[in-house]
Design a protein around this ligand. Structure first.
Ligand SMILES: Cc1ncc(COP(=O)(O)O)c(C=O)c1O
Length: 399
């Protein structure tokens, strides 16, 4: 087998299962998991109706680039959402089976192994960036996201000679696990660096539609391009998904959009990869991209949970004020995220993810996720509020 497989780290949830394996939990408290980032709000009904209405299309093979109607619905959505002058549905949009699959596959298609191949990823981060890099024969470059820099990478801290070997830079805004949003100016700076050092910017924007201020949607990479007059989106790609936006993680539907030359190569790769989206799923996706009312309702539900949980936890834990995504990223008292996770599970029957499991030791040898935990506020309001009360009780008891 491919020896690069041995370089893959266990997934954070495997490490968590091992951490909790021998813990005895209280029998009188139901388990509340705040661990996996899987939305539990109701999936968008219009998409499910479209899915069943077109179920007969299972009898047909789908094509790699997807139906023109789907690419059109995506292009219209992205143009509206990010104030783009244009986005060509034929050459600048490609439907994919969710961002996870697309991120993984894109790195395989894009990395040039004949020269040094570094892939810059935010740290802490969504582990697929790293696994995709290792299996493509590349080397991850971890860019620490620390509180001092708004939980975003400090681009100025990367020396020119390091940029030279970088072929792809991943951004994750809104960020998992921190919820941090990258401002337009920083995206523009990254585009300038991409031109200077000849790398691709791959923007994972799968949380872009879950934001707290209805009047301030997070900016996107294509929007930054448009503001620069870069309407060919050269060197830039964005990755979007219906999983969080429309509560359809099981649909496996998203898209990649941007630079037509990169997408043409990626499309060619995907023809061999054999991952075309089935036709009923494409119809469901069209329905979802064409509707915003359900996304607004989704945001309202997260807003209500963030407000309730912040009120309960802010007096006892320190965390960045959430702007977007469905995560909270608090520091744990005492600074040991693994020990806190274990004792919280043992005493309060609440599961959280140790922040160190999502990070790697950075430039200074310190894991920037250490000392924090990730809380995914995906459950319904009552369970989430109950979990927050138990967390607070736990912190107060051990103060
Ligand atoms: C940062 C980030 N990117 C990508 C994904 C993958 O999402 P999907 O494949 O459902 O679009 C996730 C899922 O949790 C994520 O947190």
């Amino acid at each position: 087998m491919n020896p690069d497989l041995d370089a893959l780290q266990p997934y954070p949830f495997e490490k968590l299962a091992a951490l909790k394996a021998d813990v005895t939990t209280p029998e009188d408290l139901a388990h509340i998991p705040l661990t996996i980032g899987e939305p539990r709000h109701a999936p968008y009904a219009g998409a499910l109706e479209a899915l069943t209405a077109h179920i007969g299309d299972m009898a047909r093979y789908p094509a790699t680039p997807g139906m023109p109607e789907l690419r059109g619905a995506i292009a219209d959505w992205a143009r509206r959402r990010f104030a783009l002058e244009g986005l060509d549905a034929e050459s600048q949009v490609l439907p994919v089976n969710g961002t996870r699959e697309a991120i993984f596959a894109f790195v395989q298609a894009a990395l040039d192994r004949s020269r040094p191949a570094r892939v810059a990823v935010p740290n802490p981060f969504y582990q697929i960036y790293e696994g995709a890099t290792l299996l493509a024969g590349g080397t991850p470059l971890y860019l620490d996201c620390r509180a001092e820099h708004g939980f975003r990478p400090d681009l100025d801290a990367v020396p020119a000679e390091t940029w030279r070997d970088v072929q792809i830079v991943f951004t994750c805004s809104p960020g998992n696990p921190t919820g941090a949003v990258t401002p337009l100016d920083e995206l523009k700076k990254l585009i300038a660096l991409a031109d200077e050092h000849d790398f691709i910017v791959a923007a994972d924007e799968c949380y872009s539609e879950l934001y707290l201020d209805e009047g301030a949607p997070p900016p996107g990479l294509l929007q930054a391009c448009a503001e620069l007059g870069r309407h060919d989106y050269r060197r830039c790609l964005v990755f979007h998904s219906l999983s969080k936006r429309s509560n359809l993680p099981g649909l496996r539907s998203g898209f990649v959009a941007g630079d037509a030359a990169l997408l043409a190569a990626f499309r060619r790769y995907r023809t061999y990869h054999g991952c075309a989206m089935s036709l009923p799923l494409q119809h469901a996706s069209i329905a979802a991209w064409n509707d915003e009312a359900h996304v607004r309702a989704n945001r309202d539900a997260y807003r209500e949970k963030f407000a309730a949980v912040t009120e309960i936890l802010a007096p006892v834990m320190d965390f960045p004020a959430p702007e977007a995504s469905f995560y909270l990223w608090p520091a744990v008292p005492g600074g040991d995220d693994e020990a806190f996770t274990r004792s919280l599970f043992a005493e309060q029957h609440v599961s959280v993810l140790p922040g160190s499991y999502m990070g790697r030791p950075g430039a200074n040898g310190v894991n920037p996720g250490a000392g924090r935990i990730r809380l995914a506020l995906v459950d319904e309001l009552d369970a989430t509020v109950e979990a927050a009360h138990r967390l607070r009780r736990h912190v107060e008891r051990h103060a």
